[in-house]
Design a protein around this ligand. Structure first.
Ligand code: F6P
Length: 558
């Protein structure tokens, strides 16, 4: 196992600390003094135009950050990852989500641990595409022969957040009269509400679970199976016998998993199950067969374009020097804010209603990856890790939490994401509404960067204590990511961008960004507590005083 490099012991870290100690950010002055700043700090990444100029860095700071990436071997770790080294040390696994989007026929072929990864990936992709086409054309139909109109993806975490986020983002591409829905929560409300208006004869469930052991997903899958059987029997279209039930499952349930034996045990025909591999982390799996709901609802071509978008960014990371490598630079900026300027959270603010689940998706990607206190060799981390990622689409956020970003006491770096062309070009009284929307994006990043001085407030006629209240300090850092339109390729590029930002930070912190032991304890305890909920007094007595009291409250009020 490679011993992680302690970033805090590097010469770049010492240099950054001293730069921080004498640091007074002044975006107004920097912009005034340097007409080339925007050009120098703007980079292209595939179709993305990435403007880093409103970040709180000078050329000297950025150079020191790039030096930090060199001194912590970011490029070498990336090369190790994409070649299949087992960098997921706690699970002794390769980390190969980048292999999921290598184009067919890529050379040289990627062979890892004796497995022809390219061949396996292409084989599953072809199966998913062929199956998706059958559903879209009506060739694969429900048990009564009716065409599928709804696919319901049952999964959680990485088996839900990616598919739902992408479906919402690319819904304008849904062209086969098939709607996708997503059930994740074990709260029975989720399944009950999402199936309430569905016709069982035209509904296809996809049970998506890497492990096929996840409590929430298997519980929801069983509930869905009962729903299907009951509804079909009530409608008189299937009998109450075993064979009818088996036929119904064969026509209305498919699965995506690495554990095809468990899929079969659930009763799903493994001919209708799509596999992936233990080297795909859950939160990095949307570009595997986990995206089957997308291939069905949006079409295999859209899915292929999405993968091509991911690959564009993978290639950029692989071939671009660190000083021009966009995900690396954005990861380094996050290090600067987190470890040197004390920020604890990071806002992601898409000016696109279609990206309304993007922040939720990023929360798992970034926080399950980098919310760690030990490094990949088990030793404690040497600095803070893992910021809190959060956000809402503009302009909704403007009327909710932007106040705190503009005038609060905390430093909150923010990424603004916007698209030149809208999916739905609408006009209000002759005015392009999307243009107005974009004006808000530009106004917010401008206000955050440059603020409004007391003199400017006074010049508008304000006096007294109101002057301070209406003053904006500015120097609130933002990155602007602009693209021509929210196409499948652009979305793939955006997702891959954040995957590699997360990776860069993980490498610098010396952590394994690909395990998630922190979710295990709660899962174990839930299994121990469940009997107490169900009335087992021994299980109740075994709880701590607070949990016991809460259980007693539950029992008293049920
Ligand atoms: O939250 C823990 C986790 O293991 C995630 O990493 C994963 O995406 C999710 O549970 C779902 O797991 P599975 O796909 O195996 O059902």
């Amino acid at each position: 196992m490679t011993v992680p490099i302690d970033a805090t012991a590097t010469s770049a870290w010492a240099q950054l600390s001293s730069l921080r100690d004498s640091f007074t950010p002044d975006l107004r002055a920097w912009f005034a003094a340097d007409p080339e700043r925007v050009e120098r700090f703007t980079l292209a990444l595939g179709d993305l135009h990435v403007d880093l100029s409103k970040n709180l860095v000078t050329d000297e700071i950025l150079a020191a950050l790039v030096k930090l990436a060199h001194e912590t071997s970011v490029a070498e770790r990336y090369a190790a990852m994409i070649s299949g080294v087992h960098i997921n040390t706690t699970e002794d696994r390769a980390v190969l989500h980048t292999a999921l989007r290598r184009p067919a026929g890529a050379t040289p072929a990627l062979v890892v641990d004796g497995q022809d990864v390219d061949a396996d990936v292409q084989d599953v992709l072809a199966k998913v595409a062929a199956f998706a086409e059958r559903v879209r054309s009506g060739d694969f139909a429900g048990v009564t022969g009716k065409k599928v109109t709804h696919v319901v993806n049952i999964g959680i975490g990485g088996s839900d957040l990616g598919p739902v986020m992408i479906y919402e983002a690319l819904k304008p591409y849904a062209d086969a009269g098939i709607e996708a829905r997503f059930v994740s929560n074990i709260d029975p409300t989720d399944l009950a509400q999402k199936t309430a208006d569905l016709d069982p004869e035209t509904t296809l469930f996809i049970v998506a679970s890497k492990t096929f052991t996840t409590l929430e997903t298997l519980t929801n899958a069983r509930l869905a199976r009962d729903w299907l059987w009951t509804k079909l029997a009530d409608a008189g279209v299937i009998g109450d016998d075993e064979q009818s039930r088996t036929d119904a499952v064969a026509h209305h349930f498919i699965a995506v998993s690495t554990a095809l034996d468990k899929v079969a045990a659930f009763g799903i025909d493994t001919d209708n199950a799509f596999g992936f591999w233990d080297w795909v982390g859950g939160r990095y799996s949307v570009d595997s067969a986990i995206g089957t709901s997308l291939a069905i609802a949006l079409g295999p071509d859209v899915f292929a374009e999405l993968l091509a978008g991911f690959h564009t960014v993978d290639e950029h990371v692989r071939t671009t020097p660190l000083e021009a490598n966009v995900p690396v630079l954005m990861g380094l900026l996050n290090i600067w804010y987190t470890n040197f300027l004390g920020s604890q959270s990071h806002a992601v603010l898409p000016y696109a209603q279609q990206l309304h689940r993007f922040a939720a998706y990023l929360q798992q990607l970034t926080m399950e990856s980098n919310g760690k206190s030990v490094r990949w060799d088990g030793s404690p981390v040497t600095t803070d890790t893992g910021e809190v990622f959060w956000g809402e689409p503009g302009t909704n956020g403007q009327h909710a939490f932007y106040q705190l970003i503009h005038q609060g006491t905390r430093l909150i770096p923010a990424d603004f994401i916007a698209f030149v062309n809208p999916a739905y070009p609408l006009e209000d009284d002759g005015r392009d509404v999307h243009g107005l929307f974009l004006a808000n994006f530009l106004a917010q990043t401008k206000a955050l960067a440059f603020g409004k001085t007391a003199a400017e407030v006074e010049a508008e006629g304000t006096t007294g204590p109101l002057v301070a209240a209406r003053t904006f300090a500015g120097n609130r850092p933002t990155t602007s990511i602009f693209a021509p339109a929210l196409t499948p390729a652009v979305l793939g590029q955006l997702i891959a961008l954040y995957e590699h930002i997360t990776f860069t930070q993980g490498v610098i912190w010396g952590i394994n960004s690909f395990d998630q032991w922190g979710v295990e304890l709660g899962k174990q305890l839930a299994l121990q507590i469940a009997p107490a909920i169900e009335g087992d007094d021994e299980a109740l007595a075994a709880q701590d005083a607070s949990t016991r009291a809460l259980l007693e409250y539950y029992r008293a009020h049920r």
